[in-house]
Design a binder for this molecule. Structure first.
Ligand code: GDP
Length: 442
């Protein structure tokens, strides 16, 4: 995600690394590289100006210039400013304690609205809430059927009425239907257009007035850069949005839209879409995103991903294990088998601090091959070694490596990997409780 922005910022930090105390002119050069990286990422110009003004003020302060590690200070300053332009964000869906909460999704055609209905449903299902979906996109001929397909895939009810031509009536009837069925949440999938036009705005604003949804979210395509920011501004003027869902950030989106939208429109990003599958929706956290941009990893997001791939029975076992403090390489082996899916492994590694580089390797290489090797190594260890890898000395290392047919340094690498994954496994066991609380918050 946002590779070129990350690389641009890294090269600014690198230019200052090892310089010891800095002069103002050294620092100004580094700051110019930061500014260039932001502009190349297609961040709105006024946002870049504002951002650079804050960063420059702090970076040219005496404390930073005279500090022993000025480049680390600059990383910190850029991190703080990224968090500040991205937030604050409240990713709660504000579900009502009783009755049915109505969420309305709107956005241009192709932005990912219908897919996001499925993704939000999946998120709710994980919290044991079954929403009702309402097919109110009467513009795109295939939209109703697409929502039904999603409903069947996720086993979620879908309300539609192909004979009704008025989307307001479809929404009203859909909400009634959901209430009668005792749904706690109803999601309205409204119509889009290829571009913003008056007819679309009038239709959406009629739904907004007549149905009074509790939350109105705009879905925008993160790949469209400044167009996404402009459409957020236009929709917000008409609908008073509660938040933005920015999709397609898994592709080669440069990041400009994500970094600009809150600052330019005042509307916070609630969720980000990072893939076509239903599980590719993340509650947006400015701190996590700033960490990712600065290649510092995002443990909370990693734990969340990990939590999703472990089913409930296993989670209980994991919780017990963590509580007893007995996490062994055998447990690690099971985890590796679980995440050994192409793509998933790379995604997880990209989120773990310090594992960014491994991500590329894992994405390109035969993932199952790597996992097989890990499993081979663990298999050639004794029970005692699996329980306590600290006892592995040189002769044990040679024996284990020979047993698995690899070089001895691979054994060290595996043990290191195991240590790095431990906190992740801990969060995996209890990780989503915070999410659940967050979502229910009023
Ligand atoms: P709608 O017209 O706004 O309802 O858009 P759709 O939900 O039909 O999505 C349009 C296309 O974008 C589909 O091919 C989706 O699979 C794809 N899509 C949606 N969200 C994402 C995302 O987060 N990442 C990627 N890569 N594709 C997405």
């Amino acid at each position: 995600m946002f590779d070129s922005l990350s690389e641009g910022l890294q090269s600014a930090f690198k230019s200052l690394r090892g310089k010891g105390k800095l002069t103002e002119s050294n620092m100004r050069e580094g700051l110019q590289t930061v500014e260039q990286a932001m502009l190349e990422a297609d961040v709105s110009y006024p946002v870049v100006q504002d951002f650079m003004q804050h960063v420059t003020e702090r970076a040219l302060g005496k404390r930073v210039l005279l500090s022993l590690r000025p480049h680390e200070e600059l990383v910190r300053i850029v991190y703080d400013e990224l968090v500040s332009i991205l937030g604050p964000v409240d990713s709660s869906l504000h579900l009502k304690k009783s009755g049915c909460t109505v969420l309305m999704l709107c956005g241009l055609q192709g932005s990912g609205k219908t897919t996001t209905c499925g993704k939000l449903s999946q998120l709710l299902l994980e919290q044991k809430i079954t929403p009702t979906l309402v097919a109110a996109d009467l513009q795109r001929p295939a939209a109703i059927e697409q929502l039904h397909v999603i409903g069947r895939q996720l086993d979620v009810p879908v309300y539609s009425n192909p004979d009704e031509k008025d989307p307001v009536k479809v929404c009203q009837a859909g909400v009634k239907h959901a209430e009668a069925n005792g749904s706690r949440v109803v999601i309205l999938d409204t119509a889009g257009r290829l571009a913003i036009d008056q007819e679309l705005m009038a239709e959406l604003s009629r739904i907004d007035k007549k149905v009074s949804p509790d939350q109105v979210y705009l879905v925008v395509d993160g790949m469209t850069g400044q167009d996404a920011v402009n459409s957020a501004g236009a929709f917000n003027a008409e609908l008073e949005l509660d938040g933005v869902v920015m999709t397609k950030l898994d592709g080669d989106a440069r990041g400009g839209a994500l970094l600009s939208v809150k600052n330019v429109t005042g509307v916070p990003i609630k969720f980000i879409g990072t893939g076509e599958h239903f599980d590719a929706l993340e509650p947006f956290r400015p701190e996590g995103m700033a960490s990712r941009i600065l290649q510092m990893g995002d443990m909370v997001a990693a734990a969340r991903e990990a939590h999703r791939i472990v089913d409930e029975d296993e989670r209980e076992k994991l919780e017990e294990m963590m509580a007893s403090g007995e996490m062994t390489l055998d447990d690690f082996k099971k985890l590796m088998e679980k995440i050994a899916k192409p793509g998933l492994m790379g995604k997880m590694m990209g989120l773990i601090p310090g594992m960014g580089q491994m991500k590329e390797m894992l994405n390109n290489e035969d993932v199952s091959g790597g996992v097989k090797q890990t499993i081979g190594l663990i298999n050639s260890m004794t029970k005692a070694e699996r329980r306590d890898p600290k006892i592995i000395d040189t002769s044990r290392r040679t024996r284990i490596a020979a047993g698995a047919g690899v070089q001895p340094p691979m054994v060290n690498q595996l043990v290191k990997q195991f240590e790095q994954m431990k906190p992740l496994m801990k969060m995996m066991a209890g990780g989503s409780a915070a999410d659940r609380m967050q979502m229910m918050r009023q």
